[in-house]
Write a protein that binds this ligand. Structure first.
Ligand code: PMP
Length: 445
């Protein structure tokens, strides 16, 4: 067999290894990746000894801290017991326990837990369950999925199609699945040209019209509840989500809540839907599910959905399963993370983060370069007027480099600077992050 050349000496290997293809990275122009050796609490420690405060929870996954000892130990114990088993036809205690514990905390009616591997697959599963639900009920004409402008639901094909058109999706335009698009409640760039103080959520009218005209062909409406993440950290009024739910109910359409980002306390409640008192038919979780330790996801379904798959007709089966479905190590990590929620003052930590955000944000919002400032729970964002809503705005990488020089890991989404720290961050550490952001407004052109 022809080979690619000799293996480099392990002792001298640099971590920007030639054989690695990093995601979301322009290889030719990007700075070399940070070579991270260890993590501890809110800190990442590089191979050269430098320390970085992880103010974005490593792509929004780390909840209680890096290398959190209780979760690490739980994974170790589980690995020595049962590392993996096929989940079609086999069951195991960590999955059964996790499903029960999630069910007891999820919004009303979400009673069945379907496991998968990551946020994108949680969304794929939700879309497929919604479509097959109607198929099994003898209404196969319900094929349409409605999603929102500025949405981001993942990088696989259905999740990408449900996401807003962007630089990310342009090369795949011909392969995007058809979805219907409704307005998001992006108050800073209001789709109806209104101000929140004087509006009656006119942004809901597009969804209302759409469902009134074609509601009987719609399978589900898919939303990121209260906080649209990768689309620009856009915070919606709770009344918007309540309005979406009302419109879905009126037309008998399913509601899918993508809580991949918002789940597990990010918005100040365990799940964002709780803040609006909304119970969706399907709810997607990943990211913080395992405390940020292992890739795992869940799509929770209402009894109504599950019952549509209960049949002696094998064609009504949900034929979807990944090799690592309900991996016991992931389940053990998730259970240990829930134990931390139950035994430590996690929601006090969350409230402390929210309080520091609320203290620092107003002064920055008044800065001449600021366009908008928004916050929900542990997420706070400052949208620069100059970014013009473009992810590829050049200001993003310049800001990121500035923060790294100060030992802070932040990744602005174009001109949207946001902070989303692990819950263990101290107020002093969080103030450091805000100090760097304040300084960047003066110093980064
Ligand atoms: N949904 C939302 C709301 C997300 O924020 C993300 C990830 N940023 C995803 C889905 C996709 O998750 P993953 O990257 O784990 O596939």
């Amino acid at each position: 067999m022809r080979q690619n050349g000799p293996m480099p000496d392990e002792a001298t290997l640099t971590l920007d290894a030639r054989a690695v293809w990093h995601p979301y990275t322009q290889m030719l122009t990007a700075a070399p990746p940070l070579a991270i050796a260890r993590g501890s609490g809110a800190w990442l420690i590089a191979e050269d000894g430098r320390r970085y405060l992880d103010a974005i929870s490593s792509w929004w996954v780390t909840l209680h801290g890096h290398a959190e000892p209780r979760i690490a130990a739980a994974i170790g114990r589980q690995a020595a017991e049962l590392e993996q088993v096929i989940f079609a036809g086999c069951a195991h205690r960590p999955a059964a326990l996790l499903a029960e514990r999630l069910r007891s905390r999820l919004p009303r009616g979400l009673e069945r837990i379907f496991f998968s591997d990551n946020g994108s697959t949680a969304v794929e599963v939700a879309i497929k369950l919604a479509l097959q639900y109607w198929h099994n009920l003898g209404q196969p004409q319900r094929q349409k999925i409605v999603t929102l402008e500025h949405a981001y639901h993942g990088d696989t094909f259905a999740a990408m199609s449900a996401s807003a058109e962007s630089h990310f999706t342009a090369p795949f335009a011909a392969w995007r699945l058809p979805v219907e698009r409704a307005h998001a409640a992006y108050c800073y760039r209001c789709p109806a040209g209104l101000k929140r103080e004087h509006c009656a959520l006119e942004c809901l009218s597009r969804l209302e019209t759409l469902l009134a005209a074609t509601g009987e062909d719609v399978a589900a409406v898919l939303v990121e509840p209260l906080l649209q993440g990768a689309g620009g950290m856009i915070v919606h009024p709770v009344e918007f989500l309540q309005g979406v739910k009302r419109l879905c109910d009126r037309q008998g359409v399913l509601l899918i809540a993508d809580e991949v980002l918002t789940g597990f306390g990010r918005t100040g409640a365990m799940f964002a839907c709780e803040l609006a008192g909304v119970a969706p038919d399907l709810l997607c979780l990943s990211k913080g599910l395992t405390g940020g330790f292992l890739p795992m996801a869940v799509t929770a379904a209402s009894a109504k959905i599950y019952d549509a798959f209960l049949s002696r007709d094998r064609r009504k089966t949900f034929f979807h399963g990944h090799s690592y479905t309900a991996n016991p190590l992931g389940c053990a990590a998730a259970l240990a993370s829930l134990d931390i929620f139950d035994s430590e003052p996690v929601f006090e930590r969350i409230a402390r983060i929210a309080a520091v955000h609320a203290e620092r944000l107003p002064a920055l919002a008044a800065h001449p370069r600021a366009g908008d400032a928004r916050q929900i729970g542990t997420m706070a964002a400052l949208e620069l007027a100059e970014g013009e809503g473009d992810y590829l705005a050049g200001i993003g990488p310049r800001l990121q480099a500035f923060y790294l020089e100060r030992g802070i890991l932040l990744r602005p989404l174009g001109g949207v600077i946001y902070v989303l720290p692990p819950y263990c961050i101290t107020p002093e550490e969080l103030h450091r992050v805000w100090d760097a952001i304040a300084e960047s407004l003066e110093r980064v052109a």
